[in-house]
Design a protein around this ligand. Sequence first.
Ligand SMILES: [Zn+2]
Length: 150
Amino acid sequence: MTPHFTLAELTASATGARLKIDNTPRPEHLDKLTLTAELLERVRTLLGCPVIVTSGYRCMQLNIAVGGVTSSDHARGQAADILAPDFGTPYQIAKRLAPLVSNLGIGQLILEGIAGKQWVHISTRMADKPANRVITITDAGAELGIQAIA
Ligand SMILES: [Zn+2]
């Protein structure tokens, strides 16, 4: 899709493979997924190291299978969950991106820490409420801004 991000990488899912779910994006989602890949390139350039996509596009069936909310930006091809171990922890990545969301074209930035795993969620779609543009979500709930996860 872009120099460093393939369609295969942005649609890969272990859960999808296990459940034999066809996660091929629809044409309208493919266009949005291309914009997501372009955003990932900008993030990669800023971080100065490879960005690993742990979850990109999830068709609605797959999104439900992984427990995603039905309004998920992943189901529209507008979001990616990322790690960048060569840069630092998800918290460090989110802290680096947070002041630059407008410059980078990030509509929503979420530091997520669920069930002992952490990752950074970025979306090209603007958060419904401006206050929710940069948030931290843990098992305990959502907090505004990027907060350290215990
Ligand atoms: Zn996500």
